[in-house]
Design a protein around this ligand. Sequence first.
Ligand code: ADP
Ligand code: MG
Length: 515
Amino acid sequence: MATVTRRIGLSLGADLCWPICYEEILKRLDLKLPIGGDQVGFEVERVTIEPYDLRQKCRYDVVLDRLTHWYGMSREWIKKAVIMDGLYVFNNPWAIQSMEKHTSYCAMMRMGMPVPETWMVPAKAYEPKPDLEVTLQRYARLFDLGEVGRSVGYPMYMKPYDGGGWQGVSRIEDEGGLRGSYEQSGTHLMHLQRAVDPWDRFVRCIALGPQTRVVRYDPSQPLHDRYTLDRDFVSDDERSLLEDMTLTINAFFNWDFNSCEAMHRDGVWHPIDFANACPDSQVTSLHFHFPWMVMANLRWSLFCAATRRPMRLNQDWAPFYEVADSSLPYREKLRQWAAIAHQRYDTRNFLSFCETHLPDLESATREFFTTEVAKDAVRQKVAALYPAHEVETFTEFFWDRIRQWRESPSGEPIAPVPPATASVVTAVSVAAPAPAPAAVAAPAPAAALEAPPAAPAAKRPRATGVKAAKKARAAATVEHDAAVAASVSEAAARAARTLVRTADAAKAPRGGKQA
Ligand SMILES: Nc1ncnc2c1ncn2[C@@H]1O[C@H](COP(=O)(O)OP(=O)(O)O)[C@@H](O)[C@H]1O
Ligand SMILES: [Mg+2]
């Protein structure tokens, strides 16, 4: 049995807390996994920035990247390593470069998702460029902003088409406000989007590979308290709908890690921000949910490294469009898109990997989050964001949230409905952390299409005799997978429960009645 080492690179920016936790928990796990006749161990390193020869081999199997969307040197190194050395990286640099918020809205609209009415308007001002003047004089048509405003409807939000971190976002109540905001929008290319208003619930669905976590989000709170500890704020059906929406968009764009925002009004969940290329990963905003994110990151990256998961380079939208263009009801379309997502994320093998090789991850994580090393990681992040006189108060505040996570058996939010928003520290002023930089817009690379995967759904063949026995065995496996998956996420659990059905469906003829 050969001993091999898979090397994981962390390509980091201002991240402080989660990398420390990731490295420490991995060290504690001391993994030596029997995989494919080898004994597989892992090393984790922080990727440095330095000159490189384009033909130089990449030393990593997997890179967890936090820089691609704004730092060219790292992005271009990653692109070279993916093309030349078969590196697996998340998130996919091409998907991020070409898929800003605008593109994600277009994809969601193309698939029939209820994105609020959204318009794009030309920029108010421009940086001087040689041919700009003549181009605008010839082709830019004068337009009536008031008329555009009436088409969108009030209240609305003006926001950069490629934005992030609430930068440049304003709420507009009427035409006067629209004119004022447009005057101030400078060179930003802006969307005008009808507000979901009034809304009764706002969620963020965090996803890492096939793992999901739906969290109620309260944008009216200070930054440290927006991710709530609520539970039972969505029904099971709503949760599965939100997870399906999230996995659909992530698989559509080849995103491994994303945080998707949806708002609920009158029985409909409207996606408003599904393009977060560098999802919030800091303890100072995730607090209670932070250990889940660290574990999810470990599970997914170890799976990718250990199994040498091939990077999916091209986007293949045809199967999604095929479902979109069918006559199925919207909810059924979402189920089928999610089934495509689970195929692409290899959910079944992922669950079995977690069960076989990472049974101790959760207990190791719980134990780690009692240590001084963990508390110091929290303190370091707090110290980087808060004024000196608030560092201890907020370190204790976030540490206490993690304690609450440790003490909740399933790691699920513990607050009963409705939210308990008041906290001892809400009166203390919070230094707003630097917002996540905007996703970079760049032309989409020409993408060759891959062969589409098996059609996700079709008629279920009847099981008889030997087939029925096989089916029963498969169902037992799936029950088992579902139990493992439950600790990973609801979405994965559901995927495990439906795997028999999906496998059957893939064998069955296309175009039949839906299972
Ligand atoms: N259509 C909308 N309806 C209601 N609130 C919105 C809408 N769009 C944005 N917002 C509010 O503005 C915030 C920032 O907008 P968002 O689209 O998430 O941009 P960013 O990418 O900068 O986070 C959201 O968290 C939400 O509170
Ligand atoms: Mg947002």
